[in-house]
Design a protein. Structure first.
Length: 433
């Protein structure tokens, strides 16, 4: 049988997870999403919605996507049991869904290929997007090369410095990287900057949003493209253990790797779903020290959607911090806001220190260097595993690999983990100019 792509969720809670015609999840005061747009963008988003609804039922498109998933991304990604780490902790068994093994090194390629295919169908010539850690930018630049399209990536100046190898990867792939120099010079400013550029030419450009955020139809569309992660994982997990996991965990930035894993399990009431947000330097440290949007945010409109948002005293989006560039965003996808109010997903946090510890534990116990984003889900899993029985099973979405984070981690925390600042044998080439 030819492989098919999963894009339709039609039963139970996963069926209810389809937003209404205006793009809202949930009802009444727990209604999130929509499309809050400047008037010129209203017909543009409407057209994307119509075209997406066409292609998601088009066997030709689904075959093309399924084929690229297999041959280009390398799907299915494996599930791996962390026996050494689980033994050391002494409680629940910890399993990873290895999205870090995808081509380009994270889950982002799953939706980038979908968005690029859609853009191409719509006759667009250029893909434009924001990026935080650079993972979405690299994945989109990759998809653009494959589809023979132009690509322009907006990235905060601070993230450009922190994630320099990803900037080089985008440039080598032929993309233009535009620095976002306003305000906090990070992910929020990158979105603002990309949005402004997009407004200038919606005719030829397609704004390939990097997560389950923004105006309708992006939150549900990006989720549909990511849902393959959970559908694969569910089957693999049953094949491997004969059972479902007791808990699925994933970090939450905009929310796409978490919804990617959770969607297939929404109707399995015995499977606990846990989204882990960055507590940064500590939730009690106040504004600018964490990025725990669902934990401490308030419903508001940001980037075209209604969702929980971290606001400062003047009611503007707050300054945020996380050691993981892909998570420092004051907003979150609207479906998560709904899931929080509904109680179907539980939201927890991990501090930078817990994350760095998890980063080194996984590297040294299992030989897997995780992205700092993914290490949030792992850090919380390690915390709860201790108090669970040896029969319990935790499944963590390993959303990306940590190569991009090595310099940052070694510069900031190397001393504590036995790595000299200058490198153990030879330092990296000095750039004194
Ligand atoms: C971008 C990114 C994230 C955060 O984005 P979500 O939309 O919340 O998934 C997490 N992990 C990695 C590796 C990323 O690159």
């Amino acid at each position: 049988m030819a492989p098919t792509a999963h894009l339709d969720n039609s039963s139970g809670l996963s069926g209810r997870a389809q937003p209404d015609a205006d793009g809202f999840f949930g009802t009444g005061s727990s209604q999130f999403g929509g499309a809050f747009l400047p008037p010129p963008l209203v017909p543009v988003m409407k057209e994307i919605d119509i075209e997406y609804n066409k292609i998601k039922q088009d066997p030709e498109f689904l075959r093309e996507l399924a084929d690229l998933r297999k041959r280009f991304i390398g799907r299915p990604s494996p599930i791996y049991e962390c026996k050494n780490l689980s033994d050391k902790i002494g409680g629940a068994r910890i399993f990873l869904k290895r999205e870090d093994l995808n081509h380009t090194g994270s889950h982002k390629i799953n939706h980038c290929l979908g968005e690029a295919l859609l853009a191409k169908r719509m006759g667009k010539s250029k893909l434009i997007a924001e990026t935080g850690a650079g993972q979405h930018g690299v994945a989109l630049a990759t998809a653009a090369s494959l589809m023979k399209m132009e690509c322009e990536i907006h990235m905060g100046e601070i993230d450009i410095k922190k994630e320099w190898p990803n900037v080089r990867r985008m440039q080598v792939l032929g993309a233009t990287v535009v620095p976002a120099t306003e305000g906090g010079k990070s992910l929020k400013e990158a979105v603002d900057s990309a949005f402004a550029a997009y407004m200038g030419d919606t005719e030829n450009m397609f704004f390939a949003i990097g997560s389950t955020v923004g105006p309708h139809p992006f939150p549900s569309m990006v989720r549909d493209f990511q849902a393959i992660v959970g559908y694969e994982a569910k089957k693999q997990f049953i094949d491997l253990t004969g059972d479902l996991p007791d808990m699925c965990l994933a970090c939450v930035g905009g929310g796409c790797n978490s919804l990617g894993l959770f969607t297939a399990f929404l109707d399995d009431e015995n499977v606990k779903l846990v989204g882990v947000e960055p507590a940064g330097r500590g939730l009690d440290m106040g504004e600018g020290h964490h990025s725990a949007t669902l934990t401490l945010g308030t419903p508001a409109v940001l980037h075209g959607m209604k969702s929980y948002v971290l606001l400062n005293e003047s009611g503007d989006p707050a300054a945020v911090h996380s050691c993981a560039s892909g998570l420092d965003y004051p907003g979150v996808g609207p479906q998560h806001s709904w899931m929080k109010d509904l109680g179907r997903v539980q939201y927890e946090t991990a501090t930078d220190d817990e994350v760095i510890n998890a980063f080194f534990e996984l590297s040294r116990m299992e030989g897997i260097i995780p992205a700092l984003e993914s290490a949030h889900g792992l850090a919380y899993a390690m915390k709860v595993a201790k108090d669970m029985s040896k029969e319990s099973k935790l499944l963590v979405n390993m959303s990306g690999r940590g190569d991009k984070d090595l310099d940052y981690v070694c510069d900031m925390y190397g001393d504590k983990f036995g790595i000299g600042k200058e490198g153990i044998f030879f330092g990296p080439p000095k750039n004194d100019s």
